[in-house]
Design a protein around this ligand. Structure first.
Ligand code: MLT
Length: 267
């Protein structure tokens, strides 16, 4: 575990293992603890770099655009003296990976999109986000727990894995209001990434929980269909998982990422 001054804020991150560098980018409204199982299992064969995004976990500040988060991650690579890495992002982390491909393609060696989508928010989604911003400012992160917790996980996880429900509850509750509000603004303003996906030339994988209610398998399939042959696209559907597939079904997700990394490394 380390903390470093990156650009204009303090960033908390983990950096474990040796091998191909992989940056794991967490979703909203979470922090780097989301990737605990990937970090422990994959650090025997990869260098796992797991940051807290600006305003989440141990990272200070707040962002208001995907560009800020993407530039922060590139600054972390600069600090670690890493020319390029595989980026693996879940949901909002995936939106940031799409921005990374737009803004810093030379730093991207491969892309793993987990439980995410390429489309921008609809007007209705923006209205919902604005309402959540106002409620969070007034009442704090508990309103985000109330709004999100049921849709983050598969029904079977909710019934049988109280530990995961508690982990997610605690993770959301420890986030700052500024970080949450900034991310909601950034997600609301993010562009459509159809052309971005069509332009990918590095190996790319799409992973989705079969019971993901936020970014369902149809979204993952649509992303996969947009990827050109130059991205050597592959897709993995994870049985028994919802939106946070990496936490709900870590063995299946680790297996898929590990296979993917072997392919990227062999290029
Ligand atoms: C996430 O999991 O990062 C968010 O739910 C994504 C979103 O709200 O669009």
């Amino acid at each position: 575990m380390s903390n470093v001054r990156v650009r204009d804020f303090e960033m908390g991150f983990d950096d474990d293992g040796t091998g191909i560098p992989v940056v794991f980018v967490h979703g909203f409204p979470l922090d780097r603890a989301l990737w605990i199982h990937q970090r422990s299992a994959l650090s025997s064969s990869a260098r796992c770099i797991v940051p807290d995004l600006r305003g989440f976990g141990e990272s200070t500040g707040a962002a208001s655009s995907m560009g800020t988060y993407a530039d922060d991650l590139v600054a972390l690579l600069d600090h670690l003296d890493i020319p390029s890495a595989v980026f693996c992002g879940l949901s909002m982390g995936g939106y940031i990976c799409m921005e990374l491909w737009r803004a810093h393609p030379d730093r991207v060696r491969g892309l793993a999109f987990c439980d995410t989508r390429h489309t921008a928010d609809s007007e209705e989604q923006r209205t919902t986000r604005n309402e959540l911003i106002e409620k969070t400012k007034e009442h704090g992160p508990q309103v985000v727990v109330d709004a999100q917790i049921d849709s983050l996980i598969a029904p079977s996880t909710r019934e049988r894995r109280k530990d995961i429900v508690e982990t997610l509850n605690a993770m959301i509750l420890r986030q700052s209001v500024e970080g949450i509000v900034g991310a909601l603004k950034a997600m609301s303003a993010r562009p459509d990434s159809t052309e971005t996906l069509k332009s990918v030339t590095v190996p790319t994988m799409v992973i989705v929980g079969e019971q993901d209610q936020i970014t369902p398998p149809a979204s993952a399939q649509a992303m996969f269909d947009l990827l050109p042959l130059s991205a050597r696209p592959r897709i993995e559907r994870v049985a028994g998982a919802g939106h946070v597939s990496c936490l709900e079904r870590p063995a299946a997700v680790n297996h898929a990422i590990s296979d993917f990394l072997a392919t990227v490394e062999s290029e």
